[in-house]
Design a protein around this ligand. Structure first.
Ligand SMILES: *Cc1c(COP(=O)(O)O)cnc(C)c1O
Length: 399
């Protein structure tokens, strides 16, 4: 950075600020929650979340983060040797490695160049007789074409898991992201449009028989004894077991979310639509104000199908111009843009597992030219206007 320039707009690790009311809810839970985990606030958050999602009560389960929800969704798939899971190559690593850990072979699907998410066609291209499940990631906050994807999965007898970590509140045909598939996962990490003090997650499981195992799977296999106990302390304080699924043994975890976080999560559901709407309004304002610069290709969506968790664009003039843009924005304008979601097949980690093969030209092309703008909800109007003016000036000077 030039000595004369300071960083004015950081790519913040924190997406939202809390209202005084939300802080009061946290303080109240700190004072009164008993126990501090697995209590009434958890049940209330799960109930309210199910209502928000328009899914049956008893199908949503809080977890300590989105990754923990993905781990349990992978367990519920009960992979057999050779089973494959289709996953977009353009996503965050946590969408993928839980399935690798549980024994599946990952197969990369390409994205649509316009929407930057997978389509029924891009999934179908990589299906084989061994495909057991598909993970659909609503990346950047945009809901993939779930009706077509679910039709494909049903026709082929394939499980569908929606990674809605970035898409809370986004909807398609009046249905919420994460409510179409067999399972849905959500994240309330610090970066997301709704965060429960930095970590938090939710798992939605449509099949009640699968959902029934989650409480024990989530919490050390703890459950009640099935028989009447005349002495409450015998044979032990509680039982340890996880119901078997079609003869499959499942190993438990401890993936619980604390009561304070749950109290806050339930409260934030009252404001998430407003947060999303405000982000979308801003995104549209930014995109429209740059309409005379075709160098930046945005994905413009006016409806609630996009919650604009992130504001991403493709530099249509190529990777070198992209780098020049980010460099100038940072060094001369004090605006820190970033580049996100290197296709997973390009990481050494996945290569070491023999997963370097991908036929995903759109994912590669998008990633190599993409720019992600700082887009935390709490940017002031002044900061936002500065970012817009800086973007216009930088693009004009790039020639
Ligand atoms: C954030 C994120 C996750 C993981 O969520 P955590 O709560 O951080 O574990 C998974 N998938 C995607 C697409 C994400 O953006």
């Amino acid at each position: 950075m030039n000595s004369s320039t300071e960083i004015k707009i950081n790519f913040s690790g924190r997406a939202i600020r809390y209202t005084e009311e939300e802080i009061a809810v946290v303080v109240d839970a700190m004072r009164h929650a008993d126990p501090l985990t697995q209590g009434a606030f958890m049940r209330e958050f799960e109930r309210k979340f199910a209502v928000y999602q328009g899914v049956p009560e008893g199908s949503c389960f809080t977890t300590m983060n989105g990754c923990a929800a993905l781990e349990m969704s992978a367990q519920l798939c009960r992979f057999r040797p050779g089973d494959e899971v289709v996953i977009p190559s353009h996503t965050f690593t946590a969408s993928a490695y839980p399935y690798l850990k549980k024994g599946a072979r990952l197969v990369w699907a390409d994205i649509d160049p316009q929407s930057r998410v997978v389509t029924a066609a891009s999934i179908e291209r990589v299906l084989t007789p061994k495909t057991r499940a598909v993970v659909v990631v609503h990346l950047y906050g945009y809901v993939a074409d779930m009706p077509a994807i679910m039709a494909l999965c049903r026709e082929r007898g394939i499980l569908c898991i929606e990674d809605a970590a970035q898409a809370i509140g986004a909807e398609l045909d009046g249905r919420k992201a994460g409510s179409f598939g067999d399972m849905g996962i959500f994240s309330f990490h610090s970066h997301k449009n709704m965060t429960t003090l930095g970590e938090g997650g939710m798992l939605y499981v449509a099949d009640p028989a699968l959902a029934a195992v989650i409480p024990a799977l989530r919490h050390n296999g703890h459950c009640a004894y099935a028989f009447e106990r005349p002495d409450y302390w015998k044979p032990a304080m509680g039982n340890v077991d996880v119901p078997m699924l079609d003869g499959d043994l499942l190993l438990p975890n401890n993936f619980c979310l604390g009561e304070v976080e749950c109290a806050l999560g339930a409260k934030l559901l009252d404001r998430i639509d407003q947060i999303n709407d405000e982000k979308r309004q801003r995104a549209l304002r930014f995109i429209d104000a740059l309409a005379d610069f075709p160098q930046l290709g945005f994905h413009r969506v006016e409806s609630r199908r996009h919650n604009y968790h992130l504001l991403a664009a493709r530099m249509t003039t190529g990777p070198e111009q992209r780098d020049a843009f980010i460099r100038t924005m940072f060094h001369e304008k004090g605006v820190k843009c970033v580049v996100q979601y290197i296709p997973l097949d390009r990481y050494d980690f996945y290569r070491r597992f023999g997963l370097s093969e991908a036929n995903c030209p759109h994912a590669d092309a998008f990633f190599d030219s993409m720019v992600s703008f700082p887009f935390q909800h709490w940017l002031s109007e002044e900061e936002f206007d500065h970012m817009l003016a800086a973007t216009r000036e930088t693009l004009a000077n790039l020639g």
